[in-house]
Structures are given as structure tokens and as C-alpha cells.
Design a protein. Structure first.
Length: 59
């Protein structure tokens, strides 16, 4: 099985324990919070097509 790495610091990810809170897929709670902060500061973005622009391309 391939080792899963933390997307923030690239260390091995925390183990996923059934029935317990885990930082998975991050290595720690700190990296989990860093990721959340990046979403809040809009460092990450999900690409989307504006429905109005898409309609104009069909003409």
C-alpha cells in the first residue's frame, strides 16, 4: 500500500483510527489548521465556469 503524505508538509499522514478523531489526511492538527486558514484567506480556489459566460459561448 502506498504511503499517504500530508499535503502541507509532506510528512507521513496521521493514521486513520476507526471511531476516533484524527488529523487524517494531515500529519497533525497544526497542518490541518494551516490548510483551513488557506481556504479562509482564499489562497485556494475551485475553478468554475460562470453560467452566463457558458451560454454566450453556445451562440
Amino acid at each position: 500500500m502506498r504511503e499517504i503524505r500530508c499535503p502541507i508538509c509532506r510528512k507521513p499522514a496521521a493514521k486513520r483510527e476507526p471511531g476516533q478523531a484524527s488529523a487524517f489526511p494531515f500529519c497533525s492538527e497544526r497542518c490541518r489548521q494551516v490548510d483551513l486558514g488557506r481556504w479562509f484567506s482564499e489562497s485556494y480556489a475551485v475553478a468554475a465556469v460562470d453560467p452566463v459566460d457558458q451560454g454566450e459561448e453556445d451562440r
